[in-house]
Every structure is written in C-alpha cells, then in structure tokens.
Design a protein around this ligand. Structure first.
Ligand code: ADP
Ligand code: MG
Length: 190
C-alpha cells in the first residue's frame, strides 16, 4: 500500500494537474455537459489538499477525508462519484485492491459500466492493469487509451446521455480527469 506521504503527494499532484487542465476540462464539458467539470474538480481538489494539512496518520484516514471533501464541495455528478472512489479506496490493503474497490464503488453509485462514456472508461482499464501487476505508468497508459476511446461512444449515463447520438465525437470530461488521477499516481510512484 502507499504510505500516507505518498497518498498526500498523489492528491497534491492530481490537484496541480487539475488546476493546469481546468479550462480544458470545462471546454470538454461544454458540448456534452454544462461546462463546469474543470471548476468542479478544481474546487474539490483545492479543498482536499487543504484538508490534508496537517497530514492524517494513516492512508485510510487521508482517503476518507479526501472522499468526504469531494462529496461536500463538488456540486454535480463527479463529486459524489470521486468521493465514493476515495471512501472505498480507504478500505484497500494494497494499492491495486484499493483502486479496484474505488472503481467498483463508482460503478455501483453511478449504476454505470465500461462503455457508457464516463470516468469508468479510464478507471476500469487502469484497475485491470494494476490487478495484473502492471506498473502505475502502464495503468496510466491504459487510462489514457480508455479516455481516448470515449470519443466515438454514445453516452449512456450522466448529462451527456441526454444528447443521445449527438454525444458521439466528443471526449468525455470525467474520463479525462480520471486519466489525470492515474497519471498523478504514476508520477508519485515512479
Ligand atoms: P455534472 O455532469 O453534474 O455537471 P461534472 O461535469 O463535474 O458533473 O462531471 C461530469 C462527468 O461525470 C462525466 O463526464 C462523466 O465522466 C461522469 N459521470 C456522470 N454520470 C456518471 C455515472 N453515472 N457514472 C460514472 N460517471 C459519471
Ligand atoms: Mg458538468
């Protein structure tokens, strides 16, 4: 499992890349959503970073805090879903197990699956890679491929699903931020 310091570094790195990609995430959420994914995630991850200072004693405590902050500060679908990811992550014994528990939590809460054109299209391939013993960098590559694969899909969940066939041809914003989450882990664990 990660050390608490590694977990906090992961959250800081994710917050940094969300801040850098905020406008891009919001642009992606504009044709197939309501143009708030960048600001939602930026608000949430700023609150997470602030909540982790002073640092908790264990990864489980830190992940619970992160999950609760995301649920309470992010309006919109992504807050409860990312929040659930970290609340479930907290119960894992290894990084791969914790990541899988988080992903299964998102799927249960979102009633969503691979191919629905959501954050799961990046998260599930990353979970599969980690469970197969691949490195975080390989998991990040799998997440990036999953993110790119959302472009032709017709959304079956979330706001984008209201557009039906018109949602095809656009990259999913949540899959894009989820790929950043895995990239951030790869950087910290490298
Ligand atoms: P909202 O859609 O409420 O404005 P955001 O814009 O912050 O929230 O987040 C949108 C993202 O949330 C989508 O791009 C998608 O990846 C993800 N999402 C939405 N609904 C679901 C769901 N049921 N399961 C998994 N992910 C979802
Ligand atoms: Mg939105």
């Amino acid at each position: 499992m990660l050390s608490v310091d590694e977990f906090i570094s992961w959250m800081r790195e994710f917050a940094r890349s969300i801040a850098a990609e905020k406008d891009h995430l919001t642009e992606l959420d504009s044709p197939i959503g309501d143009a708030d994914h960048g600001s939602n995630m930026h608000r949430g991850m700023s609150a997470v970073v602030a909540a982790l200072d002073p640092p908790p004693n264990t990864v489980a405590e830190a992940a619970k805090l992160a999950g609760m902050k995301l649920v309470s500060t992010v309006g919109g679908a992504s807050g409860p879903l990312y929040g659930t990811f970290f609340l479930r992550f907290a119960a894992g014994a290894t990084f791969a197990q914790a990541f899988r528990a988080g992903v299964d939590g998102v799927a249960a809460r979102g009633k969503s699956a691979l191919g629905d054109k959501t954050m799961l299209d990046a998260l599930i391939p990353a979970a599969v890679a980690l469970e197969a013993g691949k490195t975080a960098a390989e998991a990040a590559q799998a997440a990036n491929d999953g993110r790119d694969a959302t472009i032709p899909l017709i959304a079956r969940k979330g706001r984008a699903s209201y557009l039906g066939e018109r949602s095809a041809g656009h990259q999913d914003p949540g899959a894009t931020s989820a790929a950043l989450l895995v990239e951030a882990a790869a950087k910290v664990l490298a």
